[in-house]
Design a protein around this ligand. Structure first.
Ligand SMILES: Cc1cc2nc3c(=O)[nH]c(=O)nc-3n(C[C@H](O)[C@H](O)[C@H](O)COP(=O)(O)O)c2cc1C
Length: 366
C-alpha cells in the first residue's frame, strides 16, 4: 500500500497495523536544534489514548512512544526521526467472525476489492490505532512550532454529538481538558454523559462535529492554487478515519449568506489590517490573514455496533453480522487530539514552505 506520507517539507510516514507488534511514524524535514524528548511527545499521545473513560474503547494501550533516531542530547539533528509505539492489548480473536465477512461502514470491502487481501484483525491499517502515530508526529510539529511561532495555539473541541450542540454562550476553553468529551462547557457535561450512556445501552453509536481553532497564525502562510492552506487543512482532517465533512469559517452555511453579510470588512489597526468579522475562517485566496483559523468537521457514528446489520461475505452470501470487540461509542471524542496534531503538521509544513519561498518577506500596508 502506498500513499502513507503526509506533508511537503515537514513530512511523516506512518506504518503499522492495529494488531501488529508495533506502529509508528518516520518524521523527516524537521529542523535541527529543536529541544525534543519522549515526554514532550507523550503528553499528546496521552490525550488520544484509548481506555481512559467509559466513553472510549476499553482497549488498554499505554501508547508509550520511543524515539529511535534523529535526536541527540535532547535536540533534533535534522535527520529522520523514527517514532515507535508498541501494541500491547490486541485481542485478535474478536475479529475471527469478520475474516470472511465485510462489516458495513468499514474499509473491509474496499480493501478486499482493491488489494484482494487484508489484515482483518482490528481493521488492520484502517484502524484508528494508526492515528497514534500521527499524534506522535504532531507532537514533534508542536515542538518546532514552539520555537518558530511561540504565539501560536491550536485548540480542538467538540461542538456537537448527535442531537446535542455546544452552547457557544458558555464557551470556556479552560474546561476542555476537564471532561471526557473535550467539551468547552462544564455545565453541559452531565447531559452529554446521559445521552451517550443511552446510545450505548441501545447498542448503538453516534456521530459528532469538532472544531479546531488556530490562534496566532502569522499572515501569509499558504499558496494561491495547489497548496491553499484551506485545501491542505481540509485534506488533513479528511484523512482522519471516519471524517465525512470539513468546513473552513462559515463553510456550508455560506450558501445561505449574502455578499453584504459575508465579506469580512477591513479597517486599519495599530499594527496592520483589522478585520471586522471572520466569516472566511482566517484564510483568503488560500493564504492566512492572521485572524483565527477555524476548521470544523463531521465524524460519522462508529460502524461497529452490537445491533445486527445486513451484509455479505466473501462467498457472496447475504448474512447478518454483529460486530463484537471493544469500540468507541462516539469516535468523534478521540478525534480531537488527532485533529490538533494534523493541524500542527499542516501549519508547520506551511511555515517551512513560506520560509523557503519568500524568506519571510511581506508586503507593506500603511
Ligand atoms: C479516534 C477514532 C476511533 C475509532 N474507533 C472506532 C471503533 O472503535 N470502531 C469502529 O467501528 N470504528 C472506529 N473508528 C472509525 C474507523 O476507523 C473508520 O470508520 C473505518 O476505518 C472506515 O473508514 P472511513 O470511515 O474513514 O471510511 C474510529 C475512528 C477514529 C478517528
Amino acid at each position: 500500500m502506498s500513499f502513507n506520507t503526509f506533508g511537503r517539507v515537514f513530512t511523516f510516514t506512518t506504518w503499522g497495523e492495529s494488531h501488529g507488534p508495533a506502529l509508528g511514524a518516520t518524521v523527516d524535514g524537521c529542523p535541527p536544534g529543536v529541544a525534543l524528548d519522549e515526554a514532550f511527545i507523550q503528553q499528546f499521545l496521552d490525550r488520544r489514548r484509548p481506555g481512559t473513560s467509559k466513553f472510549t474503547t476499553q482497549r488498554q494501550e499505554p501508547d508509550q512512544v520511543r524515539i529511535l533516531s534523529g535526536v541527540f542530547e535532547g535536540k533534533t539533528t535534522g535527520t529522520p526521526i523514527q517514532l515507535m509505539i508498541e501494541n500491547t492489548d490486541q485481542r485478535s480473536k474478536d475479529y475471527g467472525d469478520i475474516a470472511q465477512a465485510f462489516r458495513p461502514g468499514h474499509a473491509d470491502i474496499t480493501y478486499h476489492m482493491k488489494y484482494g487481501l487484508r489484515d482483518y484483525r482490528g481493521g488492520g491499517r484502517s484502524s484508528a490505532r494508526e492515528t497514534a502515530a500521527r499524534v506522535a508526529a504532531g507532537g514533534i510539529a508542536h515542538a518546532v512550532l514552539r520555537d518558530l511561532a511561540p504565539q501560536l495555539t491550536i485548540t480542538g473541541y467538540m461542538v456537537q454529538m448527535g442531537t446535542l450542540h455546544l452552547d457557544r454562550a458558555n464557551f470556556d476553553a479552560e474546561e476542555i481538558g476537564n471532561n471526557p468529551f473535550f467539551l468547552p462547557d462544564a455545565s453541559a457535561v452531565p447531559a452529554w454523559e446521559d445521552y451517550l450512556n443511552g446510545i450505548r445501552k441501545d447498542q448503538n453509536s453516534v456521530g459528532a462535529a469538532l472544531e479546531v481553532l488556530i490562534r496566532g497564525c502569522p499572515a501569509g502562510l499558504g499558496a494561491p492554487i495547489y497548496a491553499k492552506l484551506d485545501t491542505d487543512l481540509a485534506a488533513a482532517m479528511m484523512s482522519i478515519n471516519a471524517v465525512k465533512g470539513v468546513e473552513i469559517g462559515e463553510g456550508m452555511a455560506s450558501a445561505a449568506l449574502t455578499g453584504t453579510d459575508n465579506a469580512d470588512e477591513i479597517r486599519m489597526g495599530n499594527d496592520g489590517p483589522r478585520y471586522l468579522s471572520n466569516h472566511a475562517g482566517g484564510i483568503l485566496g488560500g493564504i492566512s490573514t492572521g485572524q483565527d483559523i477555524v476548521v470544523r468537521f463531521a465524524v460519522k457514528p462508529t460502524s461497529s455496533i452490537l445491533t445486527p446489520r445486513r451484509t455479505i461475505n466473501q462467498r457472496g452470501e447475504e448474512i447478518e453480522l454483529i460486530t463484537k470487540g471493544r469500540h468507541d461509542p462516539c469516535v468523534g471524542i478521540r478525534a480531537v487530539p488527532i485533529a490538533e496534531a494534523m493541524a500542527a503538521c499542516v501549519i508547520l509544513d506551511h511555515l517551512l514552505l513560506d520560509r523557503a519561498q519568500t524568506g519571510g518577506t511581506r508586503g507593506r500596508i500603511g
